[in-house]
Design a protein around this ligand. Structure first.
Ligand SMILES: C[S@@+](CC[C@H](N)C(=O)[O-])C[C@H]1O[C@@H](n2cnc3c(N)ncnc32)[C@H](O)[C@@H]1O
Length: 554
């Protein structure tokens, strides 16, 4: 066995597993399984299968997930940089599959960094509805935001908040909530030896306190009839069946939806808590345990908690959400500007839909969900916490930009959209200092919260000129930009682009729409999938691939 397991952990597993213990221990003699999940925001699964650079074997519980051979380096392929797949541990793909996300829903991923499951939820939403993705760790939200951007997600709001503060802003708002809880990580010992070393510090008792709090708060954010999926990557019953038993005791309006066993998932073990718990909550047998000796994946626990719906307590705050429908109507008549913020932190949010070729903006651009309060009311001059204000990278005030009003900034953005894109933008345009976002939520929803990204980052106003962002490029389809150029993944050119080099590209290789001039911002694609911007002029493609994202291996 390669992994040094903590003695107390081994003892406990032996006690719990009895006859099965030996089989469980043999799993530690095997190498963990490697997996990728196809990003269907960018490519359909069937198309990816045809062009996959790796041998693929389906993961039984996730239609978009595949095992790849041991030793494969999926991070070292241009397709990784084009966001065509996410490298994910196979068992970790199961919770989102059980969340049953449907298009147009409002989904919260409460403990989301680095974002594996958020990108999976985003693929299920296919750009509709809203994904609020959060992590309490400021440092980890950087990776979360980057992954949301790399995978071309257009409808996500990234927060760095405590569950309590999100709950205050979003009472009974979400149709689906994922709690991929912080846990003692016992299920990952085989894959990540550090987890085994840190086991004492991430003690079960400490994790239970955090999990209890997160679950309690999550229930208050769920809409009537909604669903919570609670998952951990640990074996400790206190963090799994014990936590769900407590939750069900406090929330009789929730049922456990039994997890099907076909994929090799084993039932939960309420009797591991006590015979009393098992007798009080036999439904806990319907939770699932993924064992490394029974499935090709690491250890996980999943509980699917379905709200029964129509319950008066759950609906308590819904009357407030109902009011927002009326505010929406009022707001539609009031120019659709829902917040103008003080100059230092200029923040303007406009509800609109920009149609292809800039045929104007209309008041019809909100997501299809109605009466859920995604849209706006008049702002009160507050600003969202967390986003940088009108500052340059050095942190100094950007004086020239500060002199421009949000309306000016919007104008240069609209001009760019009109001239350079063929895309239908929905939701709210949010101007924050010199940065422009397209948000699925009206800004008042985010008042006072630490917002890492209020939506899809479109670009920056640089002294009256709109500079499109990298996240805008990677979320576009080639047909949505007036200029594009295709590089082949089998040619060194693609890697040279990803390394930041200037390329020589004859005009004949440019795909131009609407009789546009070849000079200007060009969407650079790899085998037809967007990877970033370049600026073409006189046969040269100036590289706009951002430094922090570049291909760094040789
Ligand atoms: C298991 S990891 C999440 C992995 C993630 N779901 C994914 O698929 O990439 C748990 C996360 O919970 C975060 N966390 C811990 N306590 C939290 C809390 N009270 N509220 C929100 N997030 C929390 C941690 O920072 C950590 O990133």
């Amino acid at each position: 066995m390669g992994v040094q397991l903590p003695t107390a952990f081994v003892k406990r597993m032996e006690q719990l597993l009895g006859d099965e213990f030996e089989a469980f221990m043999t799993a530690y003699d095997h190498t963990p399984h490697a997996g990728i999940r196809v990003n269907t925001l960018k490519i359909p699964v069937e198309d990816f299968k045809e062009r996959s650079p790796f041998e693929l074997r389906p993961i039984p519980w996730c239609a978009t997930g595949f095992y790849i051979p041991h030793g494969t380096k999926p991070g070292l392929h241009p397709y990784y940089h084009a966001g065509l797949y996410y490298v994910q541990e196979p068992s970790a793909m199961s919770p989102v599959e059980l969340l049953n996300v449907a298009q147009d829903e409002a989904v919260l991923d409460l403990c989301a960094a680095p974002g594996g499951k958020s990108t999976q939820i985003a693929a299920k939403l296919q750009g509709s509805g809203v994904l609020v993705t959060n992590d309490i760790s400021a440092d980890r939200t950087k990776a979360l935001a980057k992954n949301v951007e790399l995978y071309g997600v257009r409808n996500a709001v990234v927060l760095n908040e405590s569950p309590d503060r999100i709950a205050a802003a979003f009472p009974h708002f979400f149709d689906k909530i994922l709690i991929d809880a912080p846990c003692s990580g016992e299920g990952m010992f085989r894959k990540d030896e550090d987890m085994a070393k840190q086991w004492e510090t991430h003690s079960v008792d400490k994790c239970v306190v955090m999990q209890r709090d997160i679950l309690r708060v999550a229930a208050s954010m769920l809409s009537a009839g909604g669903r919570i999926v609670y998952s951990t990557c640990t074996f400790a019953p206190e963090e799994n069946e014990g936590m769900i038993a407590e939750f069900l005791g406090a929330h009789p309006d929730f049922d456990v939806v039994p997890v099907p066993s076909e994929a090799g998932f084993a039932p939960g073990h309420p009797e591991w808590m006590s015979e009393e718990v098992a007798a009080a909550h036999p439904e806990l047998w319907g939770t699932a345990r993924l064992w490394p000796h029974l499935v090709e994946g690491e250890g996980h626990f999943i509980a699917v908690l379905q709200h029964q719906g129509g319950n008066a307590a759950a609906m308590e705050d819904h009357t407030e959400s109902g009011d927002l429908t009326q505010r929406e109507d009022k707001n539609d008549r009031a120019l659709n500007i829902d917040a103008v913020y003080p100059r230092k932190k200029q923040f303007l949010s406009v509800k609109e839909a920009l149609t292809p070729s800039g045929q104007g903006r209309h008041a019809t651009g909100e997501p299809k969900r109605s009466g859920k309060g995604m849209d706006g009311k008049s702002g009160k001059g507050k600003s969202a916490r967390g986003l940088g204000g009108n500052k340059s990278r050095s942190g100094k005030e950007n004086v020239k930009s500060a002199a421009r009003s949000p309306q000016d900034v919007l104008e240069s953005y609209h001009q760019f959209v009109k001239e350079q894109l063929e895309v239908c933008l929905t939701g709210y345009t949010v101007v924050y200092g010199d940065r422009i976002y397209q948000s699925p939520l009206a800004s008042h929803r985010l008042d006072g919260l630490k917002v890492v990204r209020p939506g899809w980052f479109m670009g920056t106003d640089k002294n009256g000129r709109f500079v499109p962002s990298h996240p805008l490029a990677v979320a576009l389809r080639p047909s949505e930009a007036v200029r594009s150029i295709n590089l082949s993944s089998s040619d060194a050119e693609a890697i040279r682009y990803l390394k930041g080099e200037t390329l020589s590209i004859p005009v004949e290789r440019m795909a131009l729409r609407n009789e546009v001039q070849p000079k200007g911002y060009t969407l650079v694609c790899i085998d037809g999938y967007s990877a970033g911007w370049g600026k073409w002029q006189d046969g040269m493609l100036k590289n706009e691939y951002p430094t922090g994202w570049r291909w760094t291996s040789v």
